[in-house]
Design a protein around this ligand. Sequence first.
Ligand SMILES: C[S@@+](CC[C@H](N)C(=O)[O-])C[C@H]1O[C@@H](n2cnc3c(N)ncnc32)[C@H](O)[C@@H]1O
Length: 421
Amino acid sequence: MTALFDKWIGESTPVFLGTNHLSQELPFSSWYRFKEAFSPEIVRQAIVDHPAKVETCIDPFSGSGTTALTAQFLGVPSTSFEVNPFLADLGRAKTECYDIDELRSSFRSVIESTRDQENSFDRNSGAWLPETFVEPGKNGKWLFNADVAHQVFQFRDAISRIKDPTVKRLFEVILGSSLIENSNVVINGKGRRYRRNWQQRPKTKYDLLDTLQVRAERCFLDIESFNSKSATPARIELQDVRDEGLCFPEFDVSIFSPPYPNSFDYTDVYNVELWMLGYLNNRNQNVDLRKQTLTSHVQVSKTFSRLVDQPRLLTETVAQLRLQEDLLWDKRIPRMIETYFFEMSNLLEKLAKSKKRNGRVWVVVGNSQYAGVQIETGRILAEIAKGLGYTVVKNEISRKLRTSPQQGGSPRLGEAVLVLA
Ligand SMILES: C[S@@+](CC[C@H](N)C(=O)[O-])C[C@H]1O[C@@H](n2cnc3c(N)ncnc32)[C@H](O)[C@@H]1O
């Protein structure tokens, strides 16, 4: 069962299960830098150590698609869900089956056709983008120099003419993963900042073309080496898993890492790809997407909810937060925390309905901290799960996360691996 997985992983079994810091360079995992991914090793453990044969696996928060990809390497069919359309396409691109000769020849045609259009710069292209995206930008700052942006639009135009949807998707992912490197910003911590001396070291369309070719070659080699894995189905649905009508398929193992209640806004952090690739065409769509993500931040106004029967630890935590209200950087934080657990409780309830009799739910989740008050996410979720009829098989701290600089930056926050039966 694990031969193909072992070939994929090689020597890089990570020390911490919850982080992918050693697996970022693995085939497929390296296609796009997604810092919040967990390690393939934890998915392997959830599947291989399961008390019965695992026939199906699900992940409600696909992110970069680690569960789908790892399950595929282990020959286990999976279904994953992801609300961010670029990330959903990233996971799909990693798990689809390709005709490698067709891929290489389509990629050559795309590159050649963008060369043919060298001199047809349309000043109106990119009109849907926020002002800060393309030179001349706003207040003397912009994310993409004009010729880089122009090259992106030409590449997109050439991709749009490809008939095969899987090839099209893979090329969009390659383009998406080449964007930040050829922009004037870096993604760091909770957002993006301009590179030092970005005006003195301008990125050009030739840099972008180089990146595209290097990345494409890396993808093609990975696919060539492991195309056989795609015989195992891996479905990735574009879906807000909080939707009331959603019913998960029956599963043996569900393994996932939800957003942590730490104010990290995924829509914001992966915003450049969403806009530049045309997943977002106006600000309302941006706000809608933020509203569709789990309530783990206060960057957008949302309706707050709370559990009628909260575990005592959650009630006490929220009471402590309210006592520190003057020190919180946003007064809505206590309500955001309550809503986070309300939504996670609904999710666990939905999963319980689709879990097979011996099925298990693995959750990797981090604690967070506001005004010195720790949110012990794993412990609170374990209490909620018990109330829903789960048995807590394991609730272990797998590593300590550094708190944000505003909170002192000390390495005190735990990341828990919770196993529920
Ligand atoms: C911590 S990441 C998952 C990382 C993943 N385990 C991996 O290895 O790449 C959480 C993901 O949940 C997604 N997400 C947030 N709210 C969601 C929702 N309501 N429905 C589905 N996905 C959601 C985010 O876009 C993000 O990609």
